[in-house]
Design a protein around this ligand. Structure first.
Ligand SMILES: [Zn+2]
Length: 258
């Protein structure tokens, strides 16, 4: 399941590799061309959709930790316990089809309490974790509506307007459907723990040291226990760096959905 997902692979990495291998081309020309293509693509993708793609927040001393996907029992329990005891904030993006098994009744109750005090928030990662570019608009709407309804029924909060496409993959059609359904903020990430595969605690700590910056949105997963085991030390590191862990709504300045 974890290997299938691979959401941590950022297209930016591939672009960098491409840049490094094309030594015969002018670096400056390549950078300008890449930037222009990106601007044109984003402009086309967002035209008329009302959905906005976001990969970081304002340049303030805040950071958003986001946890995606399945959530094993020990993972969700560990993450919630650390959040509850530290009062740190975080955002969860579970897929209902697989995540529901990991959230015990006690964890769901605790999550509802943390939601009520604005300490955790949810975003919609679809119900089944398909590459949504391959879905018809109707199927994508079903995926978003079904997962949104499950999140609201389970945790007492509406994940709108936050939508994270599985694998970070989207196109203009995705944004149009998301926007029509009230998911006006399509949330990517600026850094990742790369933990869709099992990672050691030192690996996870090295990842946060590298990616933690003001306004960062960090991609993490609820699939493997080491992420929960590392969380307390991750939070200590963020505290030392004067970066406050906040929810997506708090990072992006939106109202906390309830
Ligand atoms: Zn995912």
């Amino acid at each position: 399941m974890a290997a299938r997902r691979g959401t941590s692979t950022n297209a930016a990495g591939a672009n960098l590799w491409t840049i490094h291998t094309r030594r015969t081309r002018s670096f400056a020309t390549l950078v300008v061309t890449t930037l222009l293509c990106t601007v044109v693509f984003v402009a086309v993708a967002q035209a008329g959709s009302g959905a906005r793609v976001i990969d970081h927040g304002p340049n303030r001393p805040q950071i958003a930790l986001t946890f995606d996907d399945d959530f094993c029992g020990a993972c969700v329990d560990g993450i919630l316990q650390v959040l509850a005891s530290t009062r740190a904030e975080a955002t969860f993006c579970p897929n209902g089809v697989s995540a529901r098994a990991g959230w015990s009744i006690a964890d769901r109750r605790l999550a509802r309490r943390l939601v009520a005090r604005g300490q955790i928030a949810f975003c919609n990662h679809t119900y089944s974790h398909f590459d949504v570019r391959r879905l018809s608009p109707g199927r994508l709407a079903d995926e978003l509506n079904r997962n949104g309804a499950w999140i609201e029924a389970t945790f007492g909060t509406d994940p709108r307007p936050y939508f994270r496409p599985p694998y970070g993959a989207y196109n203009a059609k995705t944004l149009a459907v998301a926007g029509q359904l009230g998911y006006g903020r399509v949330v990517m990430w600026s850094g990742t723990l790369a933990d869709s595969s099992p990672r050691s605690v030192p690996y996870l700590l090295a990842a946060i040291r590298y990616w933690a910056k003001p306004g960062a949105i960090i991609l993490a997963h609820g699939d493997h226990p080491n992420t929960a085991r590392a969380l307390r030390r991750i939070l200590a590191f963020l505290h030392a760096r004067h970066l406050q862990p906040v929810t997506l709504p708090h990072l992006l300045g939106g109202a906390h959905p309830q």
